[in-house]
Design a protein around this ligand. Structure first.
Ligand SMILES: CC(=O)N[C@H]1[C@@H](OP(=O)(O)OP(=O)(O)OC[C@H]2O[C@@H](n3ccc(=O)[nH]c3=O)[C@H](O)[C@@H]2O)O[C@H](CO)[C@@H](O)[C@@H]1O[C@H](C)C(=O)N[C@@H](C)C(=O)N[C@H](CCC(=O)O)C(=O)O
Ligand SMILES: Nc1ncnc2c1ncn2[C@@H]1O[C@H](COP(=O)(O)OP(=O)(O)OP(=O)(O)O)[C@@H](O)[C@H]1O
Length: 514
């Protein structure tokens, strides 16, 4: 992989991003490296100065062999290098990375998900179906992990839901080199805010839902900005699939129709949902039966274009939860548009389990434990209302904490949802970052009606889990919420190892059994 300065100049001009060029050497020299982090620089590298960049990083990059830098203003530390001064460095990084890695997206059928909740679940379901349909040639870029091929070395933990553009195109190229033909990925609102997917057109783009979240100093300035960023996925997709029950449906549908013909837009909803908009629902889904270990539901194609995909039928899931039937319906449609048939779809979702989503453990003599990644009002409501319904109003004990440095609105959301559904809450630590976890817990506590929800604070998460399980009685439900399968606590910029909620729950269960 390589790129010349001449090529960079041309591409940046084409995209109207170039402000000025300072030349220091041969413009036809091939740059064989590309990086936005000085610690990754090798000889003849094209280097991007982005984000909370410190000029000393450019000095480091130059020493290590960077020959050209891209920035929004000229930097004296770059004297002696080629300089490409651009109007937007994130956009420049996206278009130049795509070119450097020779447009790997052209060799992949890409299914992309956005939504406040359900992206990871739907992406996992879709990849599972497509792996069978494509003979193991489907890559996955998810919040949990990135899968670029069949070997263990091609699977690793993700740091971001949607990677920086440079990493995205690099990993797409690796996936193509590994023989992948399809890619399922999550697209966060930050990805659009920070131009990580700038210039990409997706084959299928999904809008699952939207609820208040991700508004704060390090994320979106307002809900409107959050919604706007999410809508961009539909504007940039060849086929759009929309949950007709999403909030802001009118805006969402308008974003899809802005660039996509109605015949390439698919809507799905529950069987009895009546839209107040003049639209046709293409797919309907309906629960048939829910047990503690699995659920059965039915998908029915309800329009001519939907019938053509041949996906109507009954499906089983081990990942219970009515919200997961919605996620699975989305995945079946996505996989169908990518070429999968009914049998592959049924098989692909049936046995799938996803780390930290609806993991369950029976503790003899005590309650049933659920570990789930629900970490805002909407997802906790979906989870707790489902458990209340299925277990017929059990006593609900919830262990939960809220992160520091981001998602501040989640704290009030937790107070509200606990007031609405829980009988007992133990507030604890969850990725406090640079904040004091006790102060975060106090904020949640302040909004709780303690006449209704008996609430205590235990900052040590393992101790909080132990308390809840020991206290629970048979027939009661213990929910260990918001951390999923995270094996760390983010504390003051350091990922501090943490055994995971389920490991701790199992340890407690083992102690209680002895
Ligand atoms: C707001 C945002 O998008 N931040 C991301 C961004 O930060 P940044 O560009 O300011 O980078 P930085 O780490 O402050 O450093 C500045 C630059 O100096 C470079 N550097 C740094 C040190 C050094 O020695 N040399 C050097 O060159 C860095 O590589 C970087 O390019 O680029 C970094 C990678 O280069 C990301 O880690 C970081 O994500 C932060 C940590 C983050 O948590 N972002 C969250 C909000 C996020 O994006 N979340 C969404 C999911 C949420 C949603 O659904 O919306 C996601 O997609 O994951
Ligand atoms: N369709 C849905 N509607 C409401 N809540 C959901 C839905 N799907 C999943 N959830 C809840 O949200 C949690 C997170 O689900 P998932 O990881 O699939 O979503 P995500 O969009 O990837 O989330 P995040 O952006 O926070 O990583 C689940 O553990 C579950 O409690």
């Amino acid at each position: 992989m390589a790129l010349t300065l001449d090529a960079c100049t041309l591409i940046l001009k084409e995209h109207h991003l170039l402000k000025s060029v300072a030349l220091n050497g041969d413009p036809t020299l091939n740059m064989t490296g590309i990086a936005y982090d000085s610690r990754q620089v090798t000889a003849d590298t094209l280097f991007f100065c982005k984000g909370n960049f410190r000029p000393v990083y450019l000095t480091d990059a130059k020493e290590l062999g960077a020959v050209t830098y891209v920035a929004e203003k000229a930097l004296v530390e770059g004297n002696g290098m080629n300089a490409l001064i651009v109007t937007n460095v994130q956009k420049a990084m996206a278009v130049l990375s795509a070119a450097f890695y020779d447009y790997p997206q052209d060799s992949l059928f890409i299914v992309a998900y956005t939504g406040t909740k359900g992206k990871t679940t739907a992406a996992y379901f879709t990849q599972s179906i497509l792996q069978a349909a494509t003979r193991q040639k489907t890559a996955l870029f998810s919040t949990i992990d990135r899968v670029l091929g069949p070997k263990p070395v091609d699977r690793f933990k993700s740091d971001l839901t949607t990677p920086e553009s440079l990493d995205l195109f690099r990993d797409m190229r690796k996936a193509v080199e590994n023989g992948m033909t399809h890619l399922v990925m999550e697209v966060s609102s930050q990805a659009y805010k920070k131009n990580r997917v700038y210039g990409l057109t997706f084959d299928v783009g999904f809008f699952l839902n939207i609820s208040p979240d991700h508004v704060g100093p390090n994320e979106h300035p307002s809900f409107e900005d959050y919604l706007h960023c999410k809508l961009q996925l539909l504007v940039n997709s060849r086929h759009c699939v929309i949950n007709a029950q999403t909030q802001y449906f009118t805006d969402v549908y308008a974003a899809a129709t802005a660039t996509t013909d109605a015949k390439s837009i698919y809507l799905f909803a529950e069987a009895d949902y009546q839209s107040d908009q003049p639209v046709t629902i293409d797919f309907r889904f309906e629960n048939l039966e829910t047990g503690l270990a699995e659920s059965r539901f039915k998908i029915t194609a309800a329009s001519t274009k939907a019938i053509q995909l041949g996906l109507s039928g009954s499906y089983q899931l081990r990942l219970i939860g009515d919200f997961n039937e919605s996620n699975a319906t989305a995945a079946v449609i996505g996989a169908g548009l990518a070429g999968a048939d009914l049998t592959r779809a049924q098989q692909g979702i049936r046995d799938l389990q996803i780390p930290g989503r609806m993991e369950t453990l029976a503790v003899p003599g005590h309650g049933q434990v659920y570990v789930d990644y629900a970490h805002n009002y909407a997802s906790m409501k979906a989870l707790l209302s489902f458990l209340q319904k299925e277990y017929k109003q059990p006593r609900l004990l919830v262990v939960v904490g809220s992160p520091g440095d981001k998602g501040v609105s989640r704290r009030a959301g937790f107070s509200q949802v606990l007031n609405e559904y829980a009988d007992r809450a133990i507030l604890t630590t969850d990725d406090p970052g640079f904040e004091d976890p006790a102060a975060i817990a106090s904020e949640i506590l302040a909004g709780i009606d303690q006449q209704k929800v008996v609430t205590t604070v235990e900052i040590d998460r393992a101790a909080a889990i132990e308390q809840a399980i020991v206290e629970s009685k048979p027939g009661e439900i213990v929910v260990l919420a918001a951390k999923g399968a995270d094996a760390y606590q983010k504390v003051r910029g350091v990922d501090t190892p943490y055994p995971t909620d389920m490991v701790i729950a199992k340890q407690v269960a083992a102690r209680l059994a002895n």
